[in-house]
Write a protein that binds this ligand. Sequence first.
Ligand SMILES: Cc1cc2nc3c(=O)[nH]c(=O)nc-3n(C[C@H](O)[C@H](O)[C@H](O)COP(=O)(O)OP(=O)(O)OC[C@H]3O[C@@H](n4cnc5c(N)ncnc54)[C@H](O)[C@@H]3O)c2cc1C
Length: 320
Amino acid sequence: MGEILVLVDHADGVVRKPALELLTLARRIGEPSAVVLGAGSAAADIAAKAAEFGAAKVYVADAAEFADQLVVPKVDALTQVAKAAGAAAVLVTSSGEGKEIAARVALRLGSGIITDAVDLEAGDGGPVATQSVFAASFQVKSKVSHGTPVITVKPNSTSPEAAPAAGAVENVTVEFTGNAAKVVARTPRVSSGRPELTEAAIVVSGGRGVGAATGFGVVEELADSLGAAVGASRAAVDAGWYPHSNQVGQTGKQVSPQLYVAAGISGAIQHRAGMQTSKTIVAINKDPEAPIFELVDYGVVGDLFAVLPQLTAEVKSRKG
Ligand SMILES: Cc1cc2nc3c(=O)[nH]c(=O)nc-3n(C[C@H](O)[C@H](O)[C@H](O)COP(=O)(O)OP(=O)(O)OC[C@H]3O[C@@H](n4cnc5c(N)ncnc54)[C@H](O)[C@@H]3O)c2cc1C
């Protein structure tokens, strides 16, 4: 079976969930190998985690360049490993950074690239990727016809499943090409204490129906009672009520949690494109004709300012 390279996304010494999803998908199309870059002293723990999820080999490279420069050092490393290993495919998480790395690696390898895949399967002559296009109205299957396929996969495309493998560590010395944009300052993001939107098991989102920035208070209180992330429709974001980084939809983030709660959101196709693969969908809307009700598992026709606080109180009382 061909070697499938998975670029392991990590933060603060911990493997991010989308990387475990990639390793799970990689096992369907070949033999996964993890690539761990710039992890410092956390590399051993990250390698062990990758092995737990099926990595037969773990390529580890560490150098100051990974922290001091933007994507180019990672592109150098991934291209070098892909060439040396004769990789059958390269998988990268579909984040902003991931897609930039993937595009540059594909260019360097002279290969085709597929972005934003939501599924992968083995096919004749290489992996077949499924993409969800035109606001999730169509599913497209495609295959790279030239070179080593480079594929970016959206977070939450599958559930990570452990499948312990050898995880033999191979340290790699990267020859950096230089000429990269340098990081000159870092400002830590103020933590909301909530899970990352694209990785959360539960998402509670507010739309124009919350009426004002302060209206998000009831949304946040429900989210916190459930340990959920907070999302927002574009109408709420454009009104300046919630940060753009929390927008769910076609031009925002794609989420696929176990539970998605939409409060005061009408259910426009562009919003649905970012959440309709959620496992259970609940909507609260005062308009019984709102299109979101076509999509939901449970719908409440009512004023969100009356419904959400009751829901929050009920969740809290059940938690004791
Ligand atoms: C190219 C393009 C890309 C786009 N990308 C996105 C995207 O990524 N994400 C996105 O969300 N949108 C996106 N949009 C915008 C999208 O078309 C809609 O305009 C937007 O989703 C509407 O947001 P909303 O549902 O919050 O607002 P509205 O459509 O105005 O709906 C508000 C809802 O709240 C209900 N409501 C009002 N008050 C209450 C209350 N007190 N209690 C309960 N319910 C109440 C109303 O009945 C209504 O159904 C995009 C549009 C375009 C053209």
